[in-house]
Design a protein around this ligand. Structure first.
Ligand code: ATP
Ligand code: MG
Length: 417
């Protein structure tokens, strides 16, 4: 039997908390059987790794593994998605279609957010669990399938049963073995370890020096309530990695990234609102900021290469995808290839004015507005000087600068010279 440590390593699960280890151990133990497993725990605790472990360590590992997010499929189509439908079963059903349970025959199905399943679908699922039988929507023919079911939920299932949103018999069928993943706030020892790993991953991804936490920040991190658990910690590490210029993070800086810091209320599992505020608006803004930063870095890299190697076609060909990504290619824009090529012409700037391209953090770090503008300033200065030297004669100035007269004319207009 594979060891807990080896399995954690294989599936990228970090942490050494005894409750986490127990969960992984249970997954390893139950894997070779066909027993249904219910993975429980708050949002963001890492539930999605467990069904993968179970499938990969089972005799079904060469069969299909299908993950279905039950909460994301509209109620009207979920039965057809899961169990398939007959041609003509409903408007738009022009073909007979196999559902996931048929396709996954011999494999494993992961029913994520199983608590969101409509009651009618729960009845069909119960039948599959009991004897492997199902009926396509619009059919009367009973079919058989051999599928191992692993489900997950972050809901309190007893509450859902009490409110008659989840069938009690189905709950007991699904949770023959329950694997519970503890919330991050109960895994204090793991928090800093996880943060360090995420910080180092993001430093590598964004080519920036790794952020480090000072002692007071570590304490703060360990005593926070982490409603969004590991997902929130990971997002926070990403935000700080991208946004903080100071790479040594103290508690003061860290607090800005902890929503609701200070109100030490107990965590509420179903507090969806707070969490979605955090993970949607803020996250989207950070992503937009980062995408802009990333584009800027690409642009700098490309400009530098072109400047260092002169205006030759090869650089443009080699960097075609980058060029298209940065400048975009508007389908409706009918500008000629010639004009498009001209857009990429860049003036030769003396090498000693440029930062060291060997410095791997150069592109990532030089993001300040001043720096962004400095290339333009230098270009402007060069044009001015050249025009002065040639008493305003554009042809001579363009020749000296190594660009076409037309490009020079555009730049004169651009800089309002
Ligand atoms: N122990 C861990 N080590 C490394 N990464 C982890 C760990 N636990 C969770 N993560 C990461 O945290 C993120 C959230 O995990 P996951 O998607 O499995 O959450 P979940 O429990 O399914 O949450 P939800 O109920 O909201 O769907 C993922 O990016 C996952 O890789
Ligand atoms: Mg999930």
């Amino acid at each position: 039997m594979e060891s807990v440590q080896a399995t954690k390593q294989r599936f990228g699960i970090l942490g050494n908390d005894p409750k986490l280890n127990r969960a992984v151990e249970k997954a390893i133990q139950v894997a070779p059987t066909d027993i249904s497993v219910l993975v429980t725990g708050e949002s963001g605790v890492g539930k999605e790794s467990i069904p993968k472990i179970i499938h990969s360590l089972s005799h079904r590992k060469h069969g299909k593994y299908i993950a279905v997010n039950c909460g994301a499929i509209p109620e009207g189509t979920i039965d057809s998605e899961l169990f398939g439908h007959e041609k003509g079963a409903f408007t738009g059903a022009t073909q007979t279609r196999s559902g996931y349970f048929e396709v996954a025959d011999g494999g494993t199905i992961f029913l994520d957010e199983v608590g969101e399943l409509p009651l009618t679908t729960q009845v069909r699922l119960l039948r599959i669990l009991e004897n492997g039988e199902f009926i396509k929507v619009g059919s009367s023919k009973v079919q058989k399938t051999n599928v191992r079911i692993v489900a997950a939920t972050n809901l309190n299932m007893f509450e859902a049963i009490k409110k008659e949103r989840f069938r009690e018999d189905l709950y007991y069928r699904l949770s023959t073995v329950e694997i519970y993943l503890p919330p991050l706030r109960e895994r204090q020892e793991d928090i800093h370890l996880l943060f360090r790993k995420f910080a180092s991953d993001f430093a590598m991804k964004y080519k920036m020096p790794t952020i480090r936490l000072e002692d007071d920040a570590v304490k703060l991190l360990q005593n926070y309530r982490w409603n969004g658990n590991v997902r929130q910690l990971r997002n926070m590490a990403e935000q700080i990695s991208v946004l903080e210029k100071e790479r040594n993070i103290n508690a003061e800086i860290l607090k800005h990234y902890m929503p609701g810091y200070g109100d030490n209320l107990p965590a509420v599992i179903a507090d969806k609102k707070k969490e979605s505020d955090f993970s949607t608006e803020r996250e989207i803004l950070y992503k937009v900021l980062f995408d802009m930063k990333s584009d800027l870095n690409d642009l700098k890299k490309l400009t530098l290469e072109l400047m260092q190697n002169g205006n030759n076609k090869k650089e443009q060909e080699d960097n075609e995808s980058l060029i298209q990504e940065i400048y975009g290619r508007d389908e409706e824009d009918v500008e000629s290839e010639e004009v498009r090529d001209e857009k990429l012409e860049v003036l030769q700037i003396p090498q000693n004015n440029l930062p060291d391209p060997q410095d791997k953090y150069y592109f990532a770090e030089e993001i300040e507005e001043e720096e962004t503008l400095s290339l333009q300033d230098k270009e402007l200065e060069l044009i001015k000087k050249s025009l002065e030297r040639h008493h305003g004669k554009r042809k001579a100035a363009a020749e000296e600068l190594g660009i076409s007269e037309r490009t020079l004319y555009r730049k004169i207009k651009q800089y309002d010279l």
